[in-house]
Design a protein around this ligand. Structure first.
Ligand code: APR
Length: 241
């Protein structure tokens, strides 16, 4: 059914969350037992308060995430999405993920709603550096200011450009596919609703139920994203030839 929806659709947007990267070995945030927020309190390590008042914990938390993301990379599912974009089957990816795996897999039209771990910038002067600074425990700018990953922290606004572009893409889509998100964090979780209200068909592929399953035209639970994408791709490939 997913393969047919992709073939029939004129404009398809894919929306990914942390569940897109667990098969690369990175934990998500809210899965029971393994989710990052099961072990850490986000307000203590991933917020503006943490940057200002618990800066050593902040540095160590993000150093760990920078190193973990660099030790792995995109999996087959990321590569299939990049291939589908090149084949014209999908038109863009709205992602909450900061690991940069969609870019590494070769996708082009990517809207990084929550920024990226790939860069860090100075809290004081804004100077941008590669994230190897964090790998080398170098947490301060040449100007003396604190370096922080170029991700959206709890308590911060989302970057305007990807946010505006995501609104435009969500309202133009006739198929909107959610992959691996609990859809619990605003405002990122508004785009599936926007797409549905603008007339798109909504597909949610997620191991566990989400708060928006009732809006979806197709829901797939208890299946790994990588496997579902591979099956759809195999079915599309067999139909092409
Ligand atoms: N296949 C399918 N679904 C999966 C897989 C998988 N291999 N692995 C995990 N999932 C599902 C989980 O069941 C979970 O419901 O992915 C979902 C991930 O949800 P969250 O952990 O809440 O991640 P996400 O929705 O991306 O969180 C949004 O919260 O902390 C902030 O900024 C952070 O971008 C993040 C935002």
């Amino acid at each position: 059914m997913l393969a047919n929806l992709l073939k029939e659709s004129k404009r398809t947007i894919v929306y990914t969350g942390a569940g897109m990267s667990t098969e690369s070995g990175l934990p998500d945030f809210r899965s029971a037992k393994t989710g990052m927020w099961e072990m850490e309190d986000p307000s203590k390590v991933a917020s503006v308060t943490a940057l200002n008042h618990h800066v050593e914990q902040f540095f160590q938390f993000y150093k760990h995430r920078v190193v973990a993301a660099k030790e792995t990379g995109p999996h087959k599912g990321h590569e299939i999405l990049a291939k589908w974009e090149h084949q014209g089957l999908i038109n863009g990816i709205i992602t909450q993920n900061v690991d940069g795996f969609h870019t590494m897999a070769g996708s082009n039209n990517i809207m990084e709603l929550h920024g990226t771990l790939r860069k860090v910038h100075c809290e004081s002067c804004g100077e941008v550096y590669g994230n190897e600074r964090y790998e080398q425990d170098d947490f301060y700018c040449d100007c003396g200011g604190k370096l922080r990953p170029s991700v959206v922290l709890f308590g911060e606004m989302l970057p305007e450009e990807p946010f505006i572009q995501s609104i435009v893409e969500s309202e133009r889509a006739d198929l909107f596919i959610v992959l691996g998100s609990s859809l619990t964090v605003t405002p990122a979780n508004q785009f599936p609703i926007m797409a549905k209200q603008a007339g798109a068909k909504l597909v949610i592929i997620n191991m566990e139920p989400t708060e928006m399953d009732h809006l979806a035209d197709l829901v797939i639970h208890e299946r790994k994203i990588g496997e579902v994408l591979k099956e759809a791709d195999d079915s599309l490939t067999s139909k092409f030839y």
